[in-house]
Design a protein around this ligand. Sequence first.
Ligand SMILES: [Ca+2]
Length: 305
Amino acid sequence: MALSRWVIPFVLAGSAWSGAAAAAAPLVRPNVLAEFPHDANAFTQGLLHHGGTLYESTGLRGRSSLRRVELATGTVLLDIDLGTSEFGEGLARVDDRLIQLTWQEHVAHVYDLETFEPVTDFAYDTEGWGLCFDGHQLVMTDGSDQLFFRDPDSFEVLRSVSVVDDGVPLEDLNELECVHGLVLANVWKTDTIAVIDPKTGQVLERVDASGLLSQDEQASADVLNGIAHDASTGHLYLTGKLWPKLFEVELELPVTAPATPRKGGSCAMCAMGQGPNDGLVGWLIVLTSIVWRRVSPAGARSRAR
Ligand SMILES: [Ca+2]
């Protein structure tokens, strides 16, 4: 048994990382460190952490907003409404700007980070679901299996990649978080977060985040849909649509090459002093796969988007 805890992660993580063989991504569980209040009326569609504070995009027509939220209390410190015709979606920070997607309105709003004053808008053809910034490029989802990589200044599509797990395209990719050269994506209608190598689209790991809410809390809540990375601790914050709580968790992630930050950008991986040495990456994957727990598949829960 002890041997399998070391060998199985090596085989699975190694093959998934290389893309050389189709294999189901390992399934891991987050370790919950703390929980905080979250506005149970917030239909969370985008979440990020910056400077000790959370920024959140909420959806539903007539209830869509952009918010700055105090982590410890869940208090909304600053917010603006999108109006009744727009449905807020993914949210990313690029330097001193916030970029907020809309679901079917084909427009992304750009705001000043501090004041939420509008800066400009970007137009796009697809639906807007999730958004994150890796320090160099924006990564966007549209509900399909595609990750779209966009220029953060022009919003031009630079490339796209299909996300694949066990040889099968993984659709319904939703809220995103760029973490250490990886892309974490909520899979809509599930409690699963896919950990994706953005270079290949390969799912390296699946995170089973089921069971964070009690049955009573879940009864009035919708699906998991919020991932924010705290670069100062390496922890993640997880919440969901209409969830009464937000959870601080730690998670063992595969290691991959960092994105190259543009001038003035941020790159958490670079801060950790890790470089794009692919030969080293495979062995680092072994080390980061030591914590390995098999769990049951995430239960699927569905409700109107
Ligand atoms: Ca996010």
